[in-house]
Design a protein around this ligand. Structure first.
Ligand SMILES: [Zn+2]
Length: 93
């Protein structure tokens, strides 16, 4: 099982502990697990291979716990980044 971190690009090194929040781009060390249940059935074939985590800052987490729109945005952003990751992986073969 491979752990994949999703985040917005920042000036920071890609393999560091801190990355840009997927929703607002603020640098954060907090990650949220993105379950395959959240991503949807299209992604189920990958669920034995990967665990996806999205960097999400405290403010965005706070809003996500309260507002559906933020949760939807979170899933949408994560999905986009998972797509990019999977595409990149395929083209490397
Ligand atoms: Zn944020």
């Amino acid at each position: 099982m491979k752990t994949i971190n999703l985040f917005q690009k920042t000036h920071l090194p890609k393999d560091g502990w801190f990355q840009g929040c997927v929703l607002c781009g603020v640098v954060t060390g907090h990650k949220e697990y993105v379950s395959f249940y959240r991503l949807g059935s299209t992604y189920l074939p990958y669920c034995n291979k990967y665990r996806f985590y999205s960097f999400t800052c405290k403010d965005c987490c706070f809003h996500m716990r309260r507002k559906r729109k933020w949760r939807n945005d979170f899933v949408e952003e994560s999905r986009n980044m998972v797509d990019i990751y999977l595409k990149r992986r395929k083209s490397r073969k």
